[in-house]
Design a protein around this ligand. Structure first.
Ligand SMILES: [Zn+2]
Length: 329
C-alpha cells in the first residue's frame, strides 16, 4: 500500500516508510518517528478529512466566506472551542483568515459611511458647538464626505454656529496607546517564533501552523473597528432622527447610554491582550500538541507582555504630543 498523501500533520515528515511495514493489517493510529506526534491514519491518508465545514479557511465562494467568518468567530471567542475542532491535519489557507473578516469589516465601514453622509446632508446648520476636533473643513461637503470615510472618524455631522464649517473627530488618538499595545500583542507572538527559530524547531512546527495561530488574533482589530463604526452609526442615527423630527430626546437617550458604551468599548481593549495570551496557550498545548507547551508559553508570554507595556507607554506619550486637546485627567 502506498499513498502520495502520507505526511505527518505537524512536521510533514514522510510516513510512507511506516506504511511499507504493514503486512497483514492497518493500525488505526500511528506515531511520527520524527516529531513524536500521535495521529489517526485516516487523517493522514484521507485528503477529504483536511476540510472542516464552518472554518473560514475552507469556505468556497463569497457567501460562504461571509457566513463561515461568523461561524469561525463564534469558535475563536473561546480559544478552546477553536483548537478542539481545528487540528494539525486540517488544510491551512492563510489568505482566507484575513480575507473573511476584512470583507465583513469593509461592509460595516461602507454602511457606517453612507449613514454618516446622509446624516451630514440632513443636519441643519447651527445645531450647537462642535465637539473637540482635529480636522476642520470649510464648506465643501464632498471634502467632509471623504474625511468621514476614514476609520475612527466621528462627530462629522456637526455644523459650526456660522453654518459653514464641519468638524471631524479622529478618535483614534483617544486610544492610540491601547491600539499600539494590542497590535504589539498580535504581532509579537509570530515575530518571536521568527527571531527565536529554536522554539519552532523544538516543536517541529511548520511556518503555516505558526501563522495560522498568528493571524486569527488580527480579528480583534476588526472587532474593535466594527464596534467603533457601530458607535458612529449610533451618532448618525441620532443626528438623522433630530434632523427629521426636531426631537431632542434622541440626544438624551444617547447621553444616558454613553457611559455604558464607553465602558464596553474600553473593556474590549483589555480583553484583547488577555484573550491573545489564552489563545496562544491553547494553540501551543491543544493545537500543536507540544510537549513543553506551558513553559514555552510562559517564556514567550512574558516577552510579549513586556514589549506591549513598552509600546503602550510610547503610544501614551505620542498621544500627549499629538493631541492638542489632551489634558491630564
Ligand atoms: Zn511529525
Amino acid at each position: 500500500m502506498s499513498s502520495a498523501h502520507a505526511l505527518c500533520p505537524r512536521c510533514h515528515y514522510d510516513q510512507r516508510g511506516t506504511i511499507e511495514t504493514w503486512n497483514d493489517s492497518c493500525p488505526l493510529r500511528g506515531r511520527c518517528c520524527e516529531c513524536g506526534l500521535e495521529y489517526e491514519w485516516g487523517d493522514v491518508l484521507n485528503p477529504f478529512r483536511g476540510r472542516l465545514p464552518g472554518l473560514v479557511e475552507h469556505a468556497r465562494g463569497v457567501p460562504q466566506l461571509v457566513r463561515w467568518t461568523f461561524t469561525t468567530f463564534g469558535w475563536i471567542i473561546l480559544p478552546h472551542r477553536f483548537w478542539k475542532r481545528v487540528e494539525l491535519h486540517h488544510t491551512i489557507s492563510l489568505r482566507t483568515i484575513l480575507l473573511g473578516p476584512l470583507l465583513v469589516m469593509a461592509v460595516f465601514h461602507f454602511a457606517a459611511w453612507v449613514l454618516a453622509v446622509i446624516a451630514f446632508l440632513l443636519t441643519p446648520p447651527n445645531t450647537g458647538g462642535p465637539p473637540a476636533s482635529l480636522d476642520t473643513i470649510d464648506d465643501w461637503w464632498l471634502d467632509a464626505a471623504l474625511l468621514m470615510a476614514e476609520p475612527f472618524a466621528r462627530g462629522a455631522t456637526w455644523y459650526s454656529p456660522s453654518g459653514r464649517s464641519i468638524y471631524v473627530d479622529w478618535t483614534v488618538l483617544l486610544f492610540l496607546d491601547r491600539l499600539l499595545a494590542l497590535v504589539t500583542c498580535v504581532l509579537a507572538w509570530p515575530l518571536l517564533f521568527m527571531v527565536l527559530p529554536i522554539t519552532r524547531r523544538a516543536g517541529k512546527l511548520r511556518w503555516s501552523h505558526i501563522w495560522r495561530a498568528g493571524l486569527y488574533p488580527f480579528w480583534w482589530l476588526v472587532v474593535l473597528h466594527i464596534s467603533d463604526r457601530l458607535i458612529a452609526v449610533g451618532n448618525s442615527l441620532i443626528m438623522i432622527v433630530y434632523s427629521l423630527t426636531g426631537d431632542t430626546r434622541a440626544y438624551q437617550v444617547a447621553e444616558a447610554v454613553n457611559p455604558t458604551v464607553v465602558f464596553l468599548a474600553n473593556t474590549l481593549w483589555f480583553i484583547g491582550p488577555a484573550w491573545i495570551l489564552a489563545w496562544w496557550y491553547v494553540a501551543l498545548r491543544r493545537g500543536f500538541r507540544l510537549e513543553r507547551a506551558g513553559l514555552l508559553w510562559a517564556v514567550l508570554g512574558v516577552a510579549v507582555l513586556a514589549a506591549s507595556a513598552i509600546i503602550f507607554l510610547g503610544g501614551w506619550y505620542l498621544r500627549v504630543v499629538l493631541d492638542p486637546y489632551w489634558t491630564p485627567v
